[in-house]
Design a binder for this molecule. Structure first.
Ligand SMILES: NC(=[NH2+])NCCC[C@H](N)C(=O)O
Length: 290
């Protein structure tokens, strides 16, 4: 039986005042299928309230009118409990303005700001690809984050970084096929990764909860764990039995409007309290799949 996660109590969310599908950068997006603004807001309010009800706290950032994807706050940067933030360098140009506002927010809220590669034009890094789990920062790379960013994360923050190469266009961020649940369990969807990374994943997660295709594409892997509660966009009866068996309270939320942009509960919430104390190593270390 795992111990509760040591992070995931404090979140940043972006209020969806300008959420639209203006461009297509993942297989879920279509400019022909726009979110309904009122329903969007109700779903977002319910997610925020559910985090608070579970004992978490939420800080709210206003959305830039020029950045329709900014609602997916998970990608604004990797923030730590000891007050550091590694800003994302987005793969696609239409999301890059988000970083200007994110940088201001992190700095204004007492976070010391870093950029992977130092100058902000270094390798792409999107923080939806990074989670603290076990003895390392687990980072997905390929569709969005570049392998070189892992090297920078490791050396600049003295971290043990384990890379997983994503090889599935529908699973373009690590937070879609991978969700830490407690210290030993994580929801995983192995077909998201190439063969070497699937083998690596088996070594990273002592007690994997393997998602079916249907569960993974209902965004069940894009869930948020707040203490003993897991907030999920969908939960099959099978999954519910496993999760409640671990002592978790399962809360299912309808986040249909956000699925139109290719993201769900996790994408909408950026944990501000990652604990790096158990994953630091002098000089850093990057472990890549064979
Ligand atoms: N953390 C996430 N997976 N966020 C989803 C981001 C969705 C956004 N439309 C994009 O493709 O960039």
């Amino acid at each position: 039986m795992g111990q509760p996660l040591r992070w995931g109590r404090r979140y940043l969310m972006v209020r969806p005042d300008h959420f639209r599908i203006d461009y297509v950068i993942n297989p879920y997006m279509s400019t022909q299928d726009q979110p309904d603004p009122a329903l969007t807001r109700r779903q977002w309010d319910a997610l925020r309230q559910a985090i608070v009800d579970a004992g978490g706290s939420v800080e709210v950032l206003e959305q830039r009118p020029d950045s329709p994807d900014m609602v997916y706050a998970m990608n604004l940067g990797l923030a730590t409990a000891d007050g550091r933030a590694m800003l994302s360098h987005m793969r696609f140009e239409p999301r890059r303005h988000e970083s200007l506002t994110a940088a201001e927010w992190f700095t204004g809220h007492g976070f010391a700001l870093d950029r992977a590669g130092g100058d902000g034009v270094g390798p792409h890094f999107e923080s939806g690809d990074a989670f603290v789990f076990g003895d390392s920062l687990v980072v997905g790379y390929g569709p969005r984050t570049e392998a070189l960013a892992l090297k920078h994360l490791a050396t600049e923050w003295n971290l043990r970084v384990r890379g997983l190469r994503i090889a599935h266009e529908g699973m373009y961020h690590l937070d879609l096929p991978f969700c830490p649940v407690d210290s030993t369990h994580a929801l995983v969807y192995p077909p998201a990764f190439d063969a070497a990374s699937q083998a690596e994943l088996a070594g990273i997660v002592p007690e994997p909860i393997v998602l079916t295709d249907d569960e993974a594409f209902a965004f069940s892997g894009n869930s948020v764990v707040v203490g003993e509660t897991i907030l999920m966009p969908a939960c099959s009866p099978r999954l519910r039995e496993i999760l409640t068996g671990l002592g978790l309270r399962v809360v299912v939320l309808d986040l249909s409007e956000f699925h139109k942009g290719g993201g769900s509960a996790r994408c909408l919430t950026n944990p501000l309290d990652f604990d790096l104390s158990g994953i630091t190593v002098p000089g850093g270390d990057v472990i890549l799949p064979a």
